[in-house]
Design a protein around this ligand. Structure first.
Ligand code: FES
Length: 569
């Protein structure tokens, strides 16, 4: 079988000389150019992405496997996305990284790819970019950190930041206690160890079949994570020889499996936009309503923060994702093929569960119905989502007076005001935090509660925005309202004192204002100015799709394959 890389390395002419000769300056022997599969190792290592800071070592283990199987590994960097440092939000750059990945793969002599991802946005960005090329590909996730430990108790990255900071505002702990927790929470290599977005997306990778079994949960510092990386290196060489491309794995059935797994693990709401965007690249017609339809009756089986009490390390020791997939039985399309060449059913049919308090059975779930609910109504004609498992049951049907914030800065400047006109029945409405408006749809939808209500002991309120929320967060939070405020969605027209009705059971979210008044407000609405005149911000502003379409750039939906006909010299 003649591989794609032979177009570069398999020639005796001047261009073949150029392609090989400069590579030899790295000390590469002749026989590595003999037509064997060339495996790209796409690395999001960066010291600015602490969750991915161990990836140079991980890549070395992938390389061992590639060499063992007779391949030629070549590691290449792409832009990395660190959730905790990047402003205005790492999500703004997910699509940019996907372009970097796609073009890096296509432009180079690569036959198959191992994708190394960890921190939240790195996983969807790499899958999106690779899907637009559709070569044989395996993702290796970086693995979660060990459990946080603070004063004898386990604490979870993200989830306990929100809890501890609310405790400071309530006066339960002081600033010294709060800062002491800093070094105790994130104490080993790896990504957030709650069932936040990174762990959810690592589970999605396994559920889609684009990662090897056990990919989701092995801690980053556990030697078995490095064995997994080596096995991925061996396997990708075989996949190239078998021509097992992404499009044979990322089928509609695989996406259905992933949606059900996200429900069963109590996974992050961010998975919605990421899976919609990945599906758009590989040509699978997935839509927002699939999330409600497929996840609606799936129980939550995994007792992990933020919806439960344990962390990813416990999840791995309890059996990890294979045990969950086995437990889901017929809710899973068991014939879906995975990167190891076996079906997901074959991979999980014997998977043991070692701790039923961490991974519950179908007959004794953590929550009986855990899927994300998709809401419709005049406030969100193109949809909005809520995660019922992380919400307060008593607020799932609620009518309240809107307290409106035009921006997150306006929210931050008013929320601690003791004279704020708010009570526990109020509905907090935040605008201009959508894909175009912020820009990049930040994780601010889980707005902190007003201080005066926190001090009264209020623990939850209905909150509505066009933003996302961290997968580690919780509360009765309506997210991803579409169309967003910045393009003139009804959300932009909500005024202080308007009544809003939420009915999760009926899947409704409505602004109780007459149609004629909404129309009057719409005619008076003025579109905000773009955030920048040039550069990526401008490109993003002009082309980003709404949340219900995965917030991809409109011209990136679909694939361009890997054929490049023109030479460089
Ligand atoms: Fe990187 Fe949470 S900050 S995964």
């Amino acid at each position: 079988m003649r591989h794609r890389s032979s177009e570069w390395f398999g020639r005796k002419d001047r261009d073949g000389f150029i392609h090989r000769s400069w590579m030899k300056n790295q000390g590469i022997p002749d026989d590595l150019f003999d037509g064997r599969p060339v495996i790209g190792i796409c690395n999001t290592w960066s010291e600015l992405t602490p969750c991915n800071a161990h990836f140079r070592v991980l890549a070395d283990h992938v390389k061992r496997g590639v060499y063992e199987a007779g391949g030629f590994p070549l590691e290449f960097p792409v832009m990395s996305l660190g959730e905790t440092l990047m402003r205005p939000t790492a999500m703004l750059f997910r699509n940019l990284v996907s372009m970097d990945v796609e073009e890096s793969i296509r432009a180079n002599p690569i036959d198959g790819v191992v994708l190394l991802a960890g921190c939240d946005k790195t996983t969807p960005a790499l899958l999106m970019g690779a899907a637009s090329c559709d070569l044989p590909s395996i993702m290796v996730s970086g693995g979660p950190m060990l459990n946080g430990k603070f004063r004898g108790k386990d604490i979870g990255s993200g989830t306990d930041v929100w809890k501890l900071s609310e405790d400071v505002r309530r006066g339960v702990i002081d600033e010294c206690d709060f800062l002491e927790a800093e070094g105790c929470m994130n104490r080993s290599r790896g990504h957030c160890m709650t069932m936040g977005t990174a762990s959810t997306m690592a589970s999605v990778v396994e559920a889609l079949g684009i990662g090897l079994p056990t990919n989701a949960a092995i801690p980053a510092v556990d030697s078995r994570r490095y064995v997994l990386a080596q096995m991925a290196g061996r396997r990708i060489v075989e996949m190239v020889r078998e021509d097992l491309r992404m499009s044979r794995i990322l089928t509609y059935e695989a996406f259905k499996n992933a949606i059900r797994v996200v429900a069963a693990i109590g996974g992050s709401s961010n998975a919605v936009i990421h899976l919609l965007a990945i599906a758009g690249r590989i040509g699978v017609r997935l839509n927002l309503d699939d999330w409600d339809r497929l996840g609606r009756d799936v129980p939550c089986l995994v007792n992990l923060m933020p919806v439960g009490k344990y962390l990813m390390e416990d999840f791995y020791y309890a059996g990890g994702l294979p045990a969950v997939i086995r437990e889901l039985g017929d809710l899973i399309h068991r014939e879906a093929i995975t990167v190891n060449g076996k079906t997901i059913g074959e991979n999980t049919s014997e998977a043991p569960c070692h701790n039923r308090d961490v991974i519950h059975s179908l007959s004794d779930p953590v929550h009986s119905s855990a899927g994300l609910a998709v809401l419709r109504g005049n406030l969100c004609p193109d949809g909005a989502i809520i995660k019922p498992a992380a919400a307060t049951a008593a607020l799932m049907k609620h009518r309240g007076r809107a307290l409106v914030f035009e921006t997150i800065e306006a929210f931050n400047s008013r929320i601690d005001d003791p004279n704020l006109d708010v009570d526990e029945s109020s509905v907090l409405v935040l605008k201009n935090c959508g894909p175009r408006g912020y820009p990049g749809m930040p994780e601010v939808g889980n707005m902190p509660l007003p201080t005066k209500l926190l001090q009264k002991g209020v623990t939850d309120m209905v909150r509505i925005s066009d933003a996302r929320m961290s997968g580690t967060a919780y509360g009765t939070v309506v997210l991803h309202v579409a169309p967003e405020a910045a393009i003139g969605g009804t959300l932009a027209l909500v005024q202080e004192g308007d009544m809003i009705e939420l009915d999760v059971e009926a899947r409704r979210l409505d602004l109780d204002v007459t149609e004629s008044e909404i129309e009057r407000r719409r005619n008076a609405w003025v579109s905000p100015k773009p955030p920048a005149d040039r550069g990526y911000y401008r490109l993003h502003h002009d082309h980003v799709l709404q949340a219900d379409r995965g917030a991809d750039l409109d011209f990136l939906v679909g694939a361009s394959g890997t054929v490049v006909t023109r030479e460089s010299h």
